[in-house]
Design a binder for this molecule. Structure first.
Ligand code: ASP
Length: 312
């Protein structure tokens, strides 16, 4: 049997130990651990990497601490417009939604786009209609209401700023990548985007090649960070290209893109990545990134800051 592994993130940004209470730290790491276990157990039961990344992301979407699904941030109009994507590395099939506002789990809607339509990306009203038509679990606005997010939005509104979730810029996203025992790679990403973003704004997460990518030939990637800069850098595909055309290792390609190319244009954030051999990279150029990984070779890690005491 092929070795298998999973890595996931719950967003990157200015996450400082100074503003982190022990209770918050425990809650975040528990949220990550729960998603990690769900994904890993599926892989151990010989499920596909596609099922594993979808289930792990779904778990993070259901956790109000992370900016996706239930915990999605408010946009400038006081609404939730969520983006998600999923991709399978065997045949590079992909599905995505953007500006969806009613799906409890946008990643499920993305997978339905991939499997039940001839399209890759559905947006806004069409994505909502599709979620309803497909009988995916849908929710009213109050499901996504969260006092903390509301205050975060009010603050951004007063300051006239568009913010990423886990920083002064308030960013946040969730995502997972996995290699299954058949040797197939998958990636999935889901986000509420940036607090106080303009109506209709779409980030990198649902854009195949920018925030999400999977190809068995190279790697699977899920990004988090300042979406506009990740789009301009075509981050996920750039890493795959550096591996495919230049022969870089996963680590070399990730370092080049996250620590050099993104830094050069002020692109704050990070990503989780896995290659066809099951090597995992979780680089970020911000002060922290909620992240977790587990491999069938017995490696496990859950961490938040740059040089964490390892939780596992
Ligand atoms: N990349 C996401 C976006 O720009 C936000 C994030 O990852 O924090 O929508």
């Amino acid at each position: 049997m092929h070795n298998f592994a999973i890595a996931l993130h719950g967003g990157a940004g200015t996450i400082s130990p100074d503003t982190m209470t022990p209770e918050k730290y425990t809650a975040y790491t528990q949220g990550l651990k729960k998603a990690l276990d769900i994904g890993y157990e599926l892989l151990a039961a010989r499920a596909s990497s596609l099922d594993a990344v979808e289930a792990a992301v779904k778990s993070l979407e259901d956790c109000p601490l992370f900016n996706a699904g239930k915990g999605a941030v408010f946009n400038n109009a006081g609404k939730h417009e969520m983006d998600a994507a999923i991709m399978f590395g065997l045949d590079k099939t992909a599905g995505a939604v953007c500006g969806i506002s009613i799906a409890r789990n946008p990643v499920q809607a993305a997978r339905a786009v991939m499997e039940r339509t001839q399209h890759v990306l559905l947006s806004g009203a069409g994505a909502n209609a599709f979620a309803r038509e497909q009988n995916l679990p849908c929710e009213h606005d109050d499901y996504f209401y969260n006092q903390f997010r509301f205050e975060q939005w009010q603050e951004s509104l007063a300051e006239g700023k568009v913010q990423l979730d886990h920083s002064e810029k308030k960013m946040g996203t969730v995502g997972a990548v996995a290699l299954d025992c058949m040797g197939n790679l998958s990636a999935a990403t889901s986000t509420g985007g940036m607090t106080n973003k303009k109506y209709g704004r779409v980030g990198d997460s649902p854009l195949i090649g920018a925030g999400t990518w999977a190809d068995n030939k190279t790697c699977a990637i899920s990004c988090t960070g300042h979406g506009e800069l990740f789009i301009r850098s075509v981050v996920a595909y750039d890493i795959a290209c550096l591996m495919e055309y230049k022969g870089l290792s996963l680590q070399e390609a990730c370092d080049k893109v996250v620590m050099e190319k993104l830094v050069a244009i002020g692109g704050e954030g990070g990503l989780v990545a896995i290659d066809a051999a099951g090597n995992i990279q979780m680089p970020f150029n911000s002060s922290g990134m909620y992240r977790a990984m587990r491999t069938s070779n017995g490696k496990e890690e859950i961490a938040i800051y740059g040089s964490d005491e390892k939780v596992v």
